[in-house]
Design a protein around this ligand. Structure first.
Ligand code: UN1
Length: 499
């Protein structure tokens, strides 16, 4: 399909694609595919007020009925999977299978949220007082602002939106300035679900497009009690304190510097496959991308040899082609940053394989690059930084304690994994003294998490949790209730107050 055909298949009209101030480029060939209209920052108070008004109605709709809206969203997404997946490829440069996978992730979270809409449970707690009962009730919080990044332009919105909606919270979405088209297309899908649902309040789901001023309005407003932000640690370090200072609740999903420990007993065939997908998949632009390989010195040389061979065979090019495994980086600035980091690593003693600009056999105008594998003498400052590109640093170790120390000695704490067939090693890695990350896996790579688990990480990753497990609690307020069904008024802790 041509760019124009993909835009049309997603129902985007010429009026929406032209005449605006925000130029949208496809990473595939750098072509400007649209000039979209930006939200006026001056309109933000009215948009937030509308969301508050929607909240007053939506919070009283029974949760299973709220779930029906998300069920319809899931149905509409199924019907639009091919078109939206192709638009993810066009706008974010993901290979076809990953574009479709991203839409599948949206469908999966909708299914999860529909089930959740009938499982918003609180505990019943034994009271210390006679004829008393304690329980907790979960209530909606209010509007949820969602600031998402270019690399998962639609899935991350859906993780937040599907949960927020069943939890009784309206959403206001500010996508990355690099990916407004997939957001606009997702809104159209949402609007079809809303139309079928029938009586949802106006302003329940809103999209705002633009730069920092638009995001800042969401971050600053007391009327947006939940602010979920995905992006760089630098962005989170600004957003987090601002939201906290106005007593809002930030949900932050920031940088990762994810490692794999490869132990002497590891199944190296499996490890090589896992490394290739998690280090170069999505052209190294996942927050869960594998960035550090900590290989036991007995397997390190063999692993590097097998990886350099595997890397050389990975097809780089047009992400729309079925055989391509590595598409373009999002833009040329991103490639420049990658090349600069490679030079820094080289200056710190790194031996570099790959990491070169590719111009043959790829669409002109895109930022195509071969993935880099860099053998490092130790974990240097450059290794401790997250570079959002396919660079994999390789380091050696002798004891598991040493490997764990290297793995944890970075500012970020998102994802991690170990390849081992040794049960003691695997369990130590998952123990309190093991990986310090929000995600820790055994014999699978650090990326490509399912939606059923809580997603997020510690330290500079920001501490937020989204998606599955009980991450929904972050979108609700907990109320503790004590009910006295007796005829006396005993006080807790045996306190007497008789008069
Ligand atoms: C992200 O890169 O921001 O686990 C999210 C994964 C995906 C989500 C990544 N399910 O890699």
């Amino acid at each position: 399909m041509t760019h124009a055909e993909i835009l049309k298949a997603n129902g985007l009209s010429q009026a929406e694609l032209t005449g605006g101030t925000l130029a949208v480029r496809s990473p595939i060939d750098g072509e400007v595919v649209a000039h979209v209209h930006e939200t006026d920052a001056g309109d933000m108070p009215a948009i937030i007020a509308k969301s508050q008004e929607a909240f007053r109605a939506w919070r009283t709709v029974p949760a299973p009925r709220r779930g029906e809206l998300v069920r319809l969203l899931g149905e509409e997404l199924r019907a639009s999977k091919e078109a939206l997946g192709a638009l993810v490829t066009l706008e974010a440069g993901k290979i076809t299978s990953e574009g479709l996978g991203e839409v599948q992730e949206m469908i999966d979270i909708c299914d999860f949220a529909v089930g959740l809409s009938r499982q918003i449970y609180g505990l019943t707690i034994a009271s210390e007082r006679p004829s008393h009962r304690m329980m907790e009730t979960w209530h909606p919080m209010g509007p949820c602002g969602i600031i998402s990044a270019f690399n998962f332009p639609v899935a991350v919105w859906s993780w937040n939106a599907a949960l927020a909606l069943v939890c009784g919270d309206p959403v206001i979405w500010k996508p990355s300035e690099k990916t407004p088209l997939t957001a606009m297309a997702s809104m159209k899908i949402m609007e079809r679900a809303l139309a079928r649902f029938g009586d949802a309040p106006e302003g329940l789901v809103q999209l705002v497009i633009g730069g920092p001023a638009v995001g800042e309005a969401l971050v600053a407003s007391k009327d947006v009690p939940i602010l979920s932000a995905t992006g760089s640690t630098r962005m989170g370090s600004i957003v987090g304190p601002k939201v906290a200072a106005r007593w809002g609740r930030p949900i932050l999903e920031l940088g990762g510097n994810n490692a794999m420990i490869v132990a002497p007993s590891a199944d190296l065939d499996m490890a090589v496959r896992a490394i290739a997908f998690s280090a170069v998949g999505t052209a190294g632009q996942r927050c869960t991308t594998l960035r550090r390989l900590i290989a036991h010195n007995s397997v390190r040389a063999e692993l590097v040899e097998r990886l350099t061979k595997a890397y050389a065979s990975l097809p780089i090019g047009d992400p729309r082609r079925a055989t391509t495994l590595i598409g373009p980086l999002v833009d040329h600035a991103s490639r420049d940053r990658m090349l600069a980091q490679i030079e820094k690593a080289r200056a710190e003693g790194g031996t570099v394989h790959g990491g070169q600009t590719v111009t043959d056999g790829v669409p002109q105008g895109g930022a195509y690059i071969s993935p880099a594998l860099i053998e490092m003498p130790q974990q240097t400052d450059t290794v401790r930084e997250e570079t959002f590109a396919p660079i994999l640093y390789v380091m050696g170790y002798d004891t598991l304690d040493e490997a764990l120390a290297i793995q944890n000695d970075v500012p970020q704490g998102l994802s991690s994994c170990i390849f081992t067939l040794n049960m003691r090693e695997a369990e130590t890695f998952l123990s309190a003294a093991g990986s310090d990350c929000g995600i820790a896996n055994v014999n699978i790579g650090p990326s490509g998490a399912e939606i059923g688990g809580a997603f997020g990480g510690e330290k500079e990753t920001g501490g937020g949790r989204e998606s599955g497990s009980d991450a929904w609690k972050g979108y609700m307020r907990r109320q503790t209730n004590t009910i006295n069904y007796g005829a006396t008024l005993p006080l807790a802790q045996g306190v007497k107050f008789d008069f």
